[in-house]
Design a binder for this molecule. Structure first.
Ligand code: KG4
Ligand code: ZN
Length: 381
């Protein structure tokens, strides 16, 4: 099979990204333009602003990905673009541009599910490292600002198949990190800040109850019985618990002061964040992170045992979290299960994962029809 160079384009949320990947196994270039600075002042992604920023960035970002790869537009074999899930206006920018480019170049265009992309970020990097020992089936935890999903993933003759065996019933895990950080006056996005500050706090200081969701709960709610085992998550309760803790301990004034202090610094360093927090806040943050990590690890490994998988993947923005990585490694080793993460760079949104997920589709000529469009609520099946 000759090498295939795929140009990937990703614009589902607040990163405009383009990358060139060779045959799903080597990143040739990877360009990510983050809009964090635009959205930070609003404490979250503003969809309308995201679309405008994508429109501004898409042409230079794609051009840079090709320049970095020392490739011309004509020399790529196919284009790949995120179809969904994501913000509709943001997705449409990437899709319109990819369609126009594919049409002008007369190259095939491949539509990729963003969640499938996160899973392929792991496969891509393992192949790049020369790891040919991967055992299947895989259980993949996709955990980001918009998603907390568990998928059983397998490679079949005509590409990859995925079965969702669990998801969050309310907030995504990354959303909980972001909302708690916002609540505590630490800015956006919250995950990286909480990750860095947690090591200065006492993780057992505050107890947060986590709901144990039973399969039975669904029947009681009158919902249809799902097929196969379900391992659902729920993270809106912990956010409310943090809010109650803040109220009970009258932390509001300290939070307002921290918010003002940090707003005056363009890009606060870890030491500046730390200096803006009392020890009790550092303890609160460390306890929150520990609870989140324990819940994600326990539920994922319970699912891995029940489904008898050979390998676990942890991917998506929250997979960049240090405590999550360490705890997964320790606990999975105890069960004799290999666990793989993407590098931090490929954990958060990027286009290399989109180009990598497109490669198996390229091999079977699974190309997007000319009339395909964005699917904001796209599911992975
Ligand atoms: O995958 P991603 O870039 O975008 C989505 O598809 O949502 O994930 C972004 C999310 C944000 O919620 C961010 O706070 C979280 O990932 N995140 C982290 C860390 N780095 C990013 N959460 C915890 N610890 C981190 N180090
Ligand atoms: Zn993502």
């Amino acid at each position: 099979m000759p090498d295939a160079y795929i140009l990937g384009i990703e614009s589902s949320c607040d990163e405009t990204a383009a990358a060139v990947v060779r045959s799903g196994e080597q990143v040739i270039s990877n360009v990510v333009f983050s809009q964090i600075a635009t959205h930070a002042q609003y404490g979250g992604v503003v969809p309308e602003l995201a679309s405008r920023e994508h429109l501004r960035a898409i042409v230079p970002v794609v051009r840079k990905a090709l320049d970095d790869a020392k490739r011309t537009y004509q020399s790529v074999d196919a284009l790949a673009v995120t179809q969904g899930p994501g913000l509709p206006g943001a997705l449409l920018v990437g899709i319109s541009y990819a369609k126009a480019l594919a049409f002008a170049l007369d190259k095939p265009l491949i539509a990729v599910n963003h969640l499938e992309g996160h899973i392929h970020a792991v496969l891509l990097e393992e192949k790049q490292k020369g790891n040919r020992e991967m055992r299947f089936p895989v259980l993949a935890l996709v955990v980001s600002g918009g998603h907390t999903h568990l998928y059983l993933a397998e490679e079949r003759e005509r590409g990859w198949t995925y079965q969702n065996i669990g998801h969050t019933r309310d907030d995504a895990a990354g959303e909980a990190f972001d909302k708690v950080a916002k609540l505590l006056g630490m800015g956006y996005p919250g995950g990286p800040v909480i990750d860095k500050l947690s090591k200065f706090g006492e993780p057992h200081a505050v107890k947060f109850p986590m709901p144990q969701i039973k399969h039975r709960d669904r029947r009681e709610q009158g919902q249809p019985e799902p097929e196969g085992p379900r391992f659902d998550f729920s993270y809106s309760g912990i956010k409310t618990s943090v809010l109650r803790y803040v109220e009970k301990n009258q932390l509001q004034a300290a939070i307002a002061a921290r918010r003002r202090k940090l707003a005056a610094i363009a890009k606060p360093s870890v030491e500046e964040y730390r200096a803006a927090c009392e020890q009790s806040t550092l303890d609160l943050v460390a306890s929150f992170q520990r609870t989140m990590v324990r819940d994600l690890v326990e539920k994922t490994l319970a699912a891995a045992r029940e489904c008898d998988v050979a390998t676990v993947f942890v991917t998506g923005g929250v997979a960049a979290n240090n405590e999550l990585r360490q705890t997964f490694e320790q606990e999975a080793a105890r069960q004799g299960l290999p666990v793989y993460f993407p590098s931090r760079q490929l954990s958060t949104d990027n286009a290399a994962m989109i180009a990598a997920a497109a490669y198996p589709k390229f091999l079977v000529q699974d190309f997007a029809p000319a009339d395909f469009s964005a699917e904001a609520g796209m599911r992975l099946v």
